[in-house]
Design a protein around this ligand. Structure first.
Ligand code: AMP
Ligand code: MG
Length: 421
């Protein structure tokens, strides 16, 4: 099926109004959200191929679940109101009602029929007694009539009515969503193409992991991390490799990214330093807006357009690169991919640490939960301490205005799992 693609973003979409200096995180997020719209086309897929895809249209139930009243247990069906209270002994009809093989006749009042879980309730039956609760000689069943009318049966549509809204456009399909669609009669769904996310590392110092013994070289840690994040977010990763601090090399990589992807994530070279060729070339040729965000770790965030494709220039430090990717790239990816803006999943837990911070900026700490549900943080805050990223199972987010956090104070904990990994 041919790819149908919505209009691209405008070149000035990330521009800041004059006079804006340190941008609070929430304001940066609001600006980012307003600048973006979905950029992926749609296609129709069978359910078995739709896991992880974003629904392009609202879905309604094509038929009710369950479609007809049926038995919730294995047992014997009868009409409750034909019986009194106390013990009952009912003659058993020939035949039975099984799932997929209904009993075609009617069950007269005062009679019972063998019925199995999932079988349509036969005419004349409204109640089922559990087989464990009867004695039978094969011709009669005896049981106590303490149950209410309708016991052990499921009503037609008691789960989902025919025509009911079941899933909204923008929903990223999970295994239980596929079950719901299937149970209500949908075999094919209109979904968005996966967003293609290109990832580029920049810096003369970078080398592939294990490629050199030279201590002047840094192994490229960001690219495998960012490519894996793209995959975790349901996107198709496009590996642009690593570009030297050289305009031509960066330009060639960006050209390839714009040709093959819907979003380009770069890391490194995003400040205004001498060797920051990413920001230099984006400023000259890519409508760059460098957002100085009141965020630790993280600033600056470079936002640009390269040949109609948005570029997010993440910091080079892996800790800052991850935090900026989770805080800014994740919700941006949601919008671009048709899912809509995503808020991080957060729980409020007591701090298992003490910390003093500068008010006026948001801080994220590498964290995990202790056995009794408090957040402990990694011993060092150094933004080159990659081991802490791996030690952590999430981030603690400290509010812009916070200054002194004491043990036991409530803090926001954002588990990695809420970011899909
Ligand atoms: P930059 O933002 O280019 O000034 O880089 C800041 C720091 O992050 C420097 O120490 C870089 O060597 C380091 N860095 C940049 N890119 C990467 C990467 N892909 N993997 C690991 N470290 C990096
Ligand atoms: Mg660099």
């Amino acid at each position: 099926m041919s790819r149908l693609t919505p209009p691209r973003l405008k070149n000035d979409c990330f521009a800041l109004p004059p006079g804006v200096d340190w941008t609070p995180v929430d304001e940066a997020l609001a600006r980012l959200r307003a600048a973006l719209h979905p950029v992926v086309g749609t296609q129709t897929l069978p359910l078995e191929a739709a896991l992880g895809r974003v629904l392009a249209a609202d879905q309604t139930a094509r038929r009710a679940n369950p479609p007809g009243a049926n038995a919730a247990v294995d047992g014997y069906g009868f009409a409750r109101d034909a019986l009194g209270e106390g013990d009952a002994t009912l003659p058993l009809l020939e035949g039975r009602a099984a799932a997929g093989a209904p009993f075609r006749g009617a069950v007269p009042p005062g009679h019972a029929i063998r019925i199995l879980t999932g079988a349509l309730i036969p005419d004349g039956v409204d109640t089922v007694v559990l087989e464990e609760d009867v004695t039978t000689d094969g011709h009669r069943v005896a049981f106590e009539t303490g149950m209410r009318r309708g016991a052990n049966t499921r009503a037609a549509g008691e789960d989902v009515a025919a025509g009911a809204d079941i899933l909204r456009a923008g929903c990223r399909l999970r295994p239980p969503d596929l079950a719901l669609l299937a149970a209500t009669g949908t075999a094919k769904v209109e979904v968005c193409h996966p967003l293609r996310i290109a990832v580029l590392s920049t810096g003369d110092e970078l080398a592939g992991p294990g490629a050199t013994d030279d201590p002047a070289r840094t192994f490229d840690a960001n690219r495998p991390m960012l490519l894996a994040l793209a995959r975790a977010w349901g996107a198709t990763p496009v590996d642009l490799g690593h570009a030297r601090d050289d305009r031509g090399a960066v330009r060639a990589a960006l050209d390839r990214g714009a040709a093959e992807a819907d979003l380009i994530l770069t890391s490194g070279g995003a400040s205004a330093g001498d060797e920051d060729h990413v920001s230099a070339i984006l400023a000259a040729e890519g409508h760059l807006t460098s957002w100085r965000i009141a965020l630790k770790p993280g600033r600056p965030l470079a936002l640009a357009m390269w040949d109609g494709v948005p570029v997010m220039g993440l910091p080079g430090n892996p800790v800052a690169a991850l935090v900026c990717a989770l805080v800014f790239a994740r919700p941006a990816v949601g919008v671009l991919s048709g899912e809509g803006w995503t808020e991080p999943f957060a729980v409020t837990v007591p701090a298992a640490f003490e910390k003093r911070k500068k008010p006026g900026r948001r801080e994220f700490l590498r964290a995990r939960l202790t056995g009794d549900g408090a957040a402990e943080v990694f011993a060092s805050e150094g933004s080159g301490r990659i081991s802490g990223l791996s030690w952590a199972q999430g981030l603690v987010e400290l509010a812009d205005g916070a200054a002194h956090i004491r043990p036991g104070d409530p803090v926001r904990y954002l588990p990695y799992a809420g970011f899909g990994f």
